[in-house]
Every structure is written in structure tokens, then in C-alpha cells.
Design a protein around this ligand. Structure first.
Ligand code: FNR
Length: 425
């Protein structure tokens, strides 16, 4: 009844409950480039469509007369107590939507008591986002850099900041075939968005300084453009502090100052090192010695990869196709979840994302073997429509529908959400 009380009083919500409406209204507030980056997928969008179609193939079979008057949505994941089986997925470059995007998402997540997985390509240094979580658990997501020292530096910072798990994303060793971004000639990182995790990192800034110094030496030896080596040499000595304060104090600053050497060097360095196409199981095997945090591998779609991950000693896997943003015509994440759960058995911790849009979707994913799900684009849409309150409203809507579904179906706890409550077709 509480859900309908505001409506009965004539109070309309700021954030629509229906996923399609949420997306449409949010996109209407964004620039074309921001909308393309956030809503877009790989290729012709077949993977994104499959993610939704997979959910549409499952039907819930409610039971009656079970008197499920109270529901408990809480669960424990990798030793972390969660109020519900839901986390906010890592999203890079959310600063396209609004300044301080990560801080607002963190505050929204905290308001609803749901963990946020910070992206390696976040818009604020992870230490600041951690503060904004105000005690609500958070995880840290890593893209494996080609620079191993940077990998260690980021892991160390995440540990110190209080992350409760390390999520290594496997599916983006190269950026996918993002047709909308390609056609608009637009990539947020190339304009300095989403690199705050890097420009706030001492090892990364060392790499930037090396690049500037090498540039200065090269320009000198070639004897071209007498102003450039001077600029570069000055930047190599003192310019790094300027870059740091610029990217912290003015989120748009790096982008606006791309013509000066320091931010340029930072963006170029980022593009060179942010991800490693040679990433292999050998890298993953080194993690146990590099961190005390539980390790989660994100982006698994094949059951053999899932088996191998658990054989390697990882603590959990996120079955995900990156919201359909990487390989077009991929298997739907929900279909992959079914296969992976069957292969690994009931015990290993499996999370799932890509296509979850509602509490009913979350219910289906849990029934098919997910221990929890991550929510991607919808929380960014909530952010676009109503900042921190919008993020929180999106989460609350998903959880309210989950709670209601559990009550109407006869599942008092998350463990009661089982495959027997579904039929296919
Ligand atoms: C992402 N995703 C992502 N994943 C990741 O591991 N690191 C990242 O930096 C990002 N960045 C990112 C930006 C944007 C704008 C989007 C939409 C997505 C993928 C994300 O974590 C998640 O896997 C998907 O978004 C889940 O699919 P849905 O819920 O968007 O369908």
C-alpha cells in the first residue's frame, strides 16, 4: 500500500517506473554524444536485444494462499552483508551526464543501501567516491593495464580506500565496435572523460612525466617547433600538479585544456595503457598474491571459462556481455547464466548483468541461479533525471517490485526464489 500512497495523494514520481520510459526521458536530457555512449551497444544492437528477449522467454508461476506477509531481501555475498541481491554496475565516463557523477551515484547507492562497483574509468578519484558511500559497501572494478605497476597501484589504492572486492573486467581488452560513437566521431576518453582514476594515481603520473620528458627530448633533437620542447620541459617539471588539480577541481578541465601538453600527454598515456589485449589466465593467476580482497571476474559467458575461473581460485564470476556493448550477436547474458550455473553446480558465487531492467527481471535471474545482479544503464538514467535522488529511486523501484513479486509468488527469502517458480516459453 505504501507504494501507491503518493499516487493516491496525487504526487507523481520524478523517475518513471517503466524501463523504456526511463530511458527515453533520460536520453532527452542528454547531448547526442552522451546518449550514444551510454545507451549504445556494439554493432547493430543484436546483443542488447537478445539480452531482453532472453528475459521474455521466462514466465513466473505464482503460488497462492501462502500468507507471505513479510519478505527478507537480504543476502550475503563474498562475506559482505547486502540488504538486497543487487549492486550498481561499474560505469565509466558517467561524467558525460553531469559533473560529480560518481559521487552522486555513490550517494544514491548509499541512500538505498546498495553497493556500488566503482569503475576504473570513473569520474572522481576512488578515494572521494569511497567517502561518498558513507559506509555502504563498495567494490572496485579494474581494467588490467599494460603497465603492471599501475595494476598494483590501483589494487593497493582500492584496498586502502576500503573496497570489499576486486572486480576484474575481462571482456574489454579492446573497445568493442561501437557504431554510434564511431559515426559521431566521439569517444569520451579521448576528450579526457573518465580518466580521473588515472590522473589521481602516482604511478600513472610517473608515466605521463616520462612521456613528456621523452617528447621534450625528441623535439629538441629534431629541432622542430621551438615552443614545444620548452612547454614540454616545463610540464615535465611542474606541470603534473597543474594537471592533477585541473582534473580534480574542474571535471571538464582536462577536456577543455587538451591543447596544453600535460592533459594531452595524460590522455595519450591513458589510451596507450588502459587495457591489455594480451590479458591471459597467467595474469589472473598472479592475483592471489597481489591482493587480499575477494576476486571477481566480470564478463564470463562460456561455461568452460567459468569452470577455469573457479579452478584458478577466484571467488565469484559476473556472467555478463557488458550490456551488449562489446561483441554484437553475443549470447544473451541470461542464457549464459543458465549454462554456467549448470556447469559449475549450486555452490560457486555467480552474479549476472546485462539486460536487467525490473524487479521481475531480477526475480527471474535469481531463480535461474544468480546470487545477485548488477544494474547498469538504468541507474545512469536515474542520475540524468534527478541526480542522487534519481539513482536511489531507480534502485528502490527495482527492489520494491522484487519484494512485491516475492510476496505475490510466495517467496519469503531470496533463497526461496527457485527454478521451480519458472516455466520457459
Ligand atoms: C559500462 N560497463 C562497464 N563495465 C566495466 O566493467 N567497467 C566500466 O568502466 C564500464 N563502463 C560502462 C559505461 C557505460 C556507460 C555502460 C552503459 C556500461 C558495463 C556495465 O558494468 C554493465 O556490465 C552493463 O551496463 C550491464 O548491462 P545493462 O544493465 O546496462 O543492460
Amino acid at each position: 500500500d505504501a507504494l501507491y500512497r503518493p499516487g493516491a495523494l496525487g504526487i507523481a514520481p520524478t523517475v518513471p517506473t517503466r524501463a523504456e520510459e526511463l530511458e527515453a526521458r533520460a536520453l532527452a536530457t542528454m547531448s547526442r554524444r552522451a546518449g550514444a555512449y551510454i545507451a549504445g551497444g556494439a554493432g547493430g544492437g543484436a546483443t542488447m536485444r537478445s539480452n531482453r528477449e532472453a528475459f521474455d522467454r521466462w514466465r513466473v508461476v505464482p503460488r497462492m494462499l501462502h500468507a507471505t506477509t513479510t519478505r527478507d531481501l537480504s543476502t550475503t555475498l563474498l562475506g559482505t552483508e547486502l540488504t538486497a541481491p543487487l549492486l550498481l554496475a561499474p560505469v565509466g565516463a558517467a561524467g558525460l551526464v553531469t559533473d560529480d557523477a560518481d559521487l552522486l551515484i555513490a550517494q544514491g547507492a548509499h541512500a538505498s543501501g546498495v553497493p556500488y562497483v566503482f569503475s576504473c574509468q570513473g569520474c572522481s578519484p576512488m578515494e572521494e567516491t569511497a567517502q561518498a558511500m558513507a559506509g555502504t559497501p563498495f567494490w572496485y572494478q579494474l581494467y588490467w593495464s599494460t603497465d603492471e605497476e599501475l595494476v598494483d597501484s590501483m589494487i593497493g589504492r582500492a584496498e586502502t580506500a576500503g573496497a570489499q572486492a576486486l572486480v576484474v573486467t575481462l571482456d574489454t581488452t579492446m573497445l568493442g565496435w561501437r557504431t554510434q560513437d564511431l559515426d559521431l566521431g566521439s569517444l569520451p576518453f579521448a576528450r579526457g572523460q573518465g580518466i580521473a582514476q588515472y590522473t589521481s594515481d602516482p604511478r600513472f603520473m610517473e608515466l605521463v612525466r616520462e612521456r613528456l620528458a621523452a617528447g621534450a627530448r625528441a623535439a629538441q633533437s629534431l629541432g622542430i617547433d621551438p615552443r614545444r620542447p620548452l612547454q614540454a620541459a616545463r610540464a615535465a617539471k611542474g606541470g603534473v600538479a597543474t594537471l592533477l588539480s585541473m582534473s580534480r577541481e574542474h571535471p571538464g578541465g582536462v577536456r577543455d585544456n587538451l591543447r596544453s601538453p600535460e592533459p594531452r600527454a595524460a590522455v595519450e598515456t591513458f589510451l596507450d595503457i588502459y587495457s591489455n589485449p594480451a590479458l591471459s589466465w597467467e595474469h589472473i593467476a598472479t592475483l592471489r598474491e597481489r591482493t587480499r580482497l575477494p576476486v571477481v571476474l566480470k564478463g564470463i559467458l562460456h561455461e568452460d571459462d567459468a569452470r577455469r575461473a573457479f579452478d584458478c581460485g577466484v571467488d565469484a564470476v559476473v556472467v555478463s556481455n557488458h550490456g551488449g556493448r562489446q561483441v554484437d550477436r553475443s549470447i544473451a547474458a541470461l542464457d549464459a547464466l543458465v549454462r554456467v550455473r549448470e556447469a559449475v553446480g549450486p555452490e560457486p558465487t555467480l552474479l549476472m548483468d546485462s539486460g536487467v531492467r525490473s524487479g521481475a527481471d531480477l526475480f527471474v535471474a535469481l531463480a535461474l541461479g544468480a546470487d545477485a545482479c548488477l544494474l547498469g544503464r538504468p541507474h545512469v538514467y536515474g542520475l540524468a533525471l534527478d541526480g542522487e535522488a534519481g539513482v536511489s529511486a531507480v534502485i528502490d523501484n527495482v527492489l520494491a517490485e522484487l519484494d512485491l513479486t516475492m510476496g505475490l509468488v510466495g517467496a519469503a527469502t531470496v533463497d526461496d526464489i527457485t527454478r521451480e517458480l519458472l516455466v520457459e516459453g
